[in-house]
Design a protein around this ligand. Structure first.
Ligand SMILES: Nc1ncnc2c1ncn2[C@@H]1O[C@H](COP(=O)(O)OP(=O)(O)OP(=O)(O)O)[C@@H](O)[C@H]1O
Length: 268
């Protein structure tokens, strides 16, 4: 697989002068087409900042970011972002929310019928056709997140960027959506970069787990290829030696030397 997203010596500084804050430094990362990469690390280490740089939402202070051989200079339809909160427009139905994105990207080159079929296909992909004409207030959090993913995928992005997309959901809904996402990514071959705090989610979904060290001036501490065959089923993985080893490695990275959060002894 050839490199598709590539980050060379990327750094990010916020502010200037004495109040400048260096969030990231010396980030080198190459992601292959179709690869699923998760970013994991302690709170505040710069995961969202890195994702935002790839999304083009924030210009990098240092280094070069490339997507499909072109420099990332701002947001573009080749990269779609899904945030923790669905960000659906409340006055539009699920279908209309998706259609808005489809029209923006394909409206100049395709007819109305094609655009409608694209929107319907995206909702089908996430199993939300039945709620196409409902408003966001009429559906659950997990369903809203599905529609958010449909909207992101409807523009056929080269790269899907997800910032804790399931972070606000209960564990059962989260598991369902993780399984759905695995199926969608397998079907579409979309290169995916996802921020998560959830170790099991990272191991279950990823080809590689990128562990960011602590900030400020965080950089990549370790990259762990999971090496697990696909499709992956959570029930069988639970006793898979490779899965458990990956889980332990990430756990060790996150908690091994993290002594500031150790419980204080209780008074006798
Ligand atoms: N616009 C900004 N201006 C100044 N500092 C910022 C800005 N955005 C992020 N930061 C700082 O950069 C660091 C990294 O923030 P970021 O949100 O990327 O971390 P994170 O790893 O995603 O955190 P979390 O896991 O808690 O969501 C933090 O110290 C944050 O305060």
């Amino acid at each position: 697989m050839k490199n598709f997203v590539s980050l060379e010596r990327v750094g990010q500084r916020f502010g200037s002068g004495r109040s400048a804050f260096v969030a990231l430094r010396d980030i080198d990362l190459s992601i292959a087409q179709g690869e699923f990469v998760t970013l994991i690390g302690h709170s505040g280490c710069g995961k969202s900042t890195l994702l935002n740089l790839i999304a083009g939402l924030v210009p990098a202070s240092e280094g070069v970011l490339l997507c499909a051989g072109r420099e990332i200079r701002g947001p573009g339809p080749d990269r779609a972002v899904v945030f923790q909160n669905h960000c659906l427009l409340p006055w539009l139905t699920c279908m209309e929310n998706v259609h808005l994105a489809v029209k923006r990207v394909f409206g100049a080159t395709e007819g109305a019928r094609n655009l409608e079929e694209r929107s319907a296909a995206a909702l089908r992909l996430v199993g939300m056709s039945h709620a196409a004409h409902k408003y966001p207030r009429e559906i659950s959090g997990g369903m809203k997140q599905r529609v958010g993913i449909a909207r992101a995928l409807s523009i056929e992005p080269k790269v899907l960027l997800m910032d804790e997309p399931f972070g606000a959901l209960d564990s059962l809904t989260r598991a369902h959506l993780q399984d759905a996402l695995q199926g969608i990514v397998a079907a579409t071959g979309t290169t995916t970069i996802m921020v998560t705090h959830d170790i099991d989610e990272a191991v279950l979904l990823s080809d590689r787990i990128v562990m960011l060290g602590k900030g400020p001036a965080a950089t990549i501490a370790r990259i762990l290829p999971t090496g697990l065959a696909r499709p992956r089923r959570r029930n069988t993985l639970a006793c898979d030696a490779r899965y458990l080893a990956c889980r332990a490695a990430v756990m060790d990275f996150l908690h091994g030397s993290h002594d500031e959060f150790q419980l204080e002894p209780t008074a006798a």
